[in-house]
Write a protein that binds this ligand. Structure first.
Ligand SMILES: *Cc1c(COP(=O)(O)O)cnc(C)c1O
Length: 382
């Protein structure tokens, strides 16, 4: 099998090329003529345009799965996948550190359809086993958690699911296929917010469901009915971005590692979170499971540094939610991804007001390190 870099360029590209076009043309049409009335129609909401088909094949190759489906956003991918595998009366088990939108889906929407869940704070197979019920159908996880960048016992989760005949679903957004291909660990369904690393330029919202044919058929049918398909123009943007996935993410990983190492001993921070640091609780596991340590860094500012003065003193990073793009972004999870999480639950996840999440972009590593160090110095001077 060829490498991810080669797949990102060549997998799924039409052969022969359409009219000789080297890059995939965008088919900006909602519907297609068909001469054979018996043939299944091509229609944009059915996710079967040439743009969808090329992307699906490329993403299946990149995620090392049999099938992939693009959706209108990461949340469309998560909701289509979960509504595809769960029915009224079913139960899901997940670690407690989940993306805020996923938590809201589990807490507010799925119970209206008779789907319940249990969130487990401890990262052990014993704790997950204790949460299982006779009606548990899905074990759900995130590859690298937001924002503390924990790497949970993913292999333990797959083993447990096999033992109890559960479907495993993983949100691989933070790792991207460059750092982890969860299907190779045995996960059944792999989800991505392609708005992040896969899109990589903060200019498109998209999502991916990938996995075995059965859950993918279910997710496709759900996407058709709920209407969360990706527009052809957005397909074109995502398609172009995927070709540079490897070079972008590896560079972001290197810079994140350099930034984490440079700031780890700064007086302006209480603690730096990055799986590359030997101080990270899951450093050894990250070395075994991941190919690279990811492009996200967590900074817990020291008590004498105020978050606002730190943000004001930064000159390169932009203060914005989301991640994975070429611009370095900084956010305070208490005000963005975990805004709607109850304060007590937030504290249990280790997310304080002083926690700053950094999505490392593609600026020069030296420039970024100097900018962050100077902003922390400025905070100390006050
Ligand atoms: C952003 C994000 C999502 C949601 O993706 P959208 O594209 O915004 O719908 C889901 N999971 C994780 C881990 C994310 O970071």
């Amino acid at each position: 099998m060829s490498t991810l870099d080669t797949q990102s360029i060549h997998a799924g590209e039409p052969e022969p090329r359409i009219e000789g076009a080297v890059s995939m043309p965008v088919f900006q049409t909602a519907t297609y003529t068909h001469d054979d009335p018996g043939a299944s129609p091509r229609y944009v909401r059915y996710n079967n345009s040439p743009n969808h088909q090329a992307l699906h094949e490329k993403l299946a190759a990149l995620t090392e799965t049999e099938r992939a489906l693009v959706t209108a956003s990461g949340m469309a991918a998560i909701s289509s996948a979960l509504l595809g595998v769960l029915e009224a009366g079913d139960h899901l088990v997940a670690p407690h550190s989940l993306y805020g939108g996923t938590l809201a889906l589990l807490n507010d929407l799925l119970p209206r359809f008779g789907i319940t869940h249990t969130l487990v704070p401890e990262d052990t197979p014993e704790a997950w086993t204790a949460a299982l019920q006779p009606n548990t159908k899905v074990l759900y996880a995130e590859a690298i958690t937001n924002p503390r960048l924990e790497v949970l016992n993913l292999t333990g989760m797959v083993d447990l699911a096999e033992e109890h005949d559960l479907t495993t679903v993983i949100d691989n957004t933070f790792a991207s296929p460059v750092n982890l291909r969860p299907a190779s660990l045995g996960f059944d369904v792999v989800l991505h917010s392609a708005t992040k690393y896969l899109g990589g330029h903060s200019d498109v919202a998209a999502g991916v469901v990938a996995g075995a044919p059965k859950p993918l058929d279910n997710a496709l049918q759900t996407t058709k009915l709920l209407g969360g398909m990706l527009d052809p123009h957005a397909c074109g943007l995502l398609h172009r971005s995927l070709k540079t996935l490897g070079v972008r993410v590896r560079k972001q990983n290197e810079t994140a590692r350099a930034l984490a190492a440079a700031l780890a001993d700064h007086d302006g921070v209480e603690r730096v979170h990055h799986p590359s640091l030997s101080s990270h609780p899951h450093h050894d596991r990250a070395r075994t499971l991941l190919d690279g340590f990811g492009g996200m860094v967590g900074l817990e500012l020291a008590s004498q540094t105020t978050v606002d003065s730190f943000f004001d003193a930064l000159s390169l990073p932009l203060r914005a939610p989301s991640l994975g793009g070429v611009e370095t972004l900084v956010t305070q999870p208490v005000h963005t991804s975990h805004k709607d999480v109850a304060p007590a639950a937030r504290r249990a996840m280790g997310i304080t007001d002083r926690f700053v999440r950094v999505s490392v972009g593609l600026e020069g590593p030296k420039d970024l390190v100097a900018d962050f160090a100077a902003a922390l110095d400025a905070g100390l001077d006050e």
